[in-house]
Design a binder for this molecule. Structure first.
Ligand code: PMP
Length: 295
């Protein structure tokens, strides 16, 4: 699914077949979740294949490495060039790119002295599908910022995401909403939250979330097309009083919510601000001009 016998990926300064690339069972990253990664998309635009916001993603990768003391000897431009090369070698245009920085064998709990960079790509549809999602308020909180560098995209953090996502699935929902340590809405296991109320969007502040590149793009789109947006703490009760809501993220793009727990959102998705944002986001990643008539 993610690779086949033809897939070529970048690993250890070379392009190798995915089926032949190997790593070790004693890697510090495997044992302790001590690795960092990115999730990036490229799109088949009229101007050729274009990676969306590559500088932002690779700067975040470097930031994540800095946060946990993993050395990374690549410049942003080098990693962008490698990513385009991976797309070419695999004949991909519309694709999801997964850079992973991980560390060699080490059973100590000290920072790594060297790291490996892997960049691979595969075709991937919208991560949460294309239908409105039914969301469950999770019993799992997002990690405490005093316990983890929560603004970094660190592999080990995703155990928290797996717990929340699986709990939601086990209860018959599509996805989870995690709260922060104060009980306010934070984000999904792999996406950020926007809520619509009285013609305005609200999104949780960046304190307790991974402040996504898509979230920043949504805020940018709001400014461009004149939609009011405010960062503020949002309670579950406020969401259950809202008109509409959506998640956003690189893999999920923009995906509307049908419900939170027992609460169904009253505004039809077709009439919501989320629907406008979804169309404007699509236009942006495809490098097209956005017009309201496109909605
Ligand atoms: N929150 C979490 C926990 C995530 O894993 C992601 C996906 N990277 C996001 C938010 C959205 O981030 P982005 O828009 O940068 O993909």
């Amino acid at each position: 699914m993610y690779f086949d016998e033809k897939t070529v990926l970048y690993f250890n300064n070379q392009y190798v077949k995915a089926t032949e690339a190997k790593t070790g069972l004693f890697d510090q990253s495997l044992h302790y979740g001590y690795a960092v990664f990115e999730g990036i998309r490229s799109y088949a635009t009229n101007n050729g294949p274009k990676i969306f916001k590559p500088i932002e993603h690779f700067e975040r990768l470097k930031f994540s490495c800095d946060c946990v003391g993993i050395p990374l000897n690549y410049s942003t431009q080098q990693m962008i060039d490698i990513s385009y090369e991976v797309l070419v070698k695999n004949n991909l245009e519309d694709a999801y790119l997964r850079p992973l920085v991980f560390c060699p064998p080490n059973m100590s709990l000290q920072k790594a002295k060297e790291s490996f960079l892997m960049i691979t790509a595969w075709s991937w549809g919208a991560y949460l599908g294309n239908n409105l999602i039914r969301v469950m308020t999770s019993n799992f909180q997002r990690p405490n910022p005093k316990a983890f560098k929560i603004h970094a995209k660190i592999s080990g953090h995703y155990v928290n995401s797996i717990l929340a996502c699986q709990e939601a699935k086990d209860n018959g929902y599509d996805e989870a909403l995690l709260l922060d340590i104060n009980g306010n809405a934070a984000e999904g296991p792999g996406a950020n939250l926007f809520v619509e109320k009285n013609g305005k969007l609200f999104t949780p502040p960046s304190n307790f979330i991974l402040p996504g590149i898509t979230r920043a793009t949504v805020i940018e789109i709001c400014k461009e097309i004149g939609i009011k947006v405010e960062e503020k703490n949002i309670t579950v009760d406020e969401i259950k009083n809202a008109d509409s809501a959506f998640y956003c993220g690189t893999a999920a793009e923009i995906i509307g919510w049908q419900s939170l727990d027992e609460y169904n959102f009253p505004k039809a998705w077709e009439e919501s601000i989320g629907k406008i944002i979804q169309a404007a986001y699509k236009a942006k990643v495809l490098e097209q001009d956005f017009k309201m008539e496109m909605v």
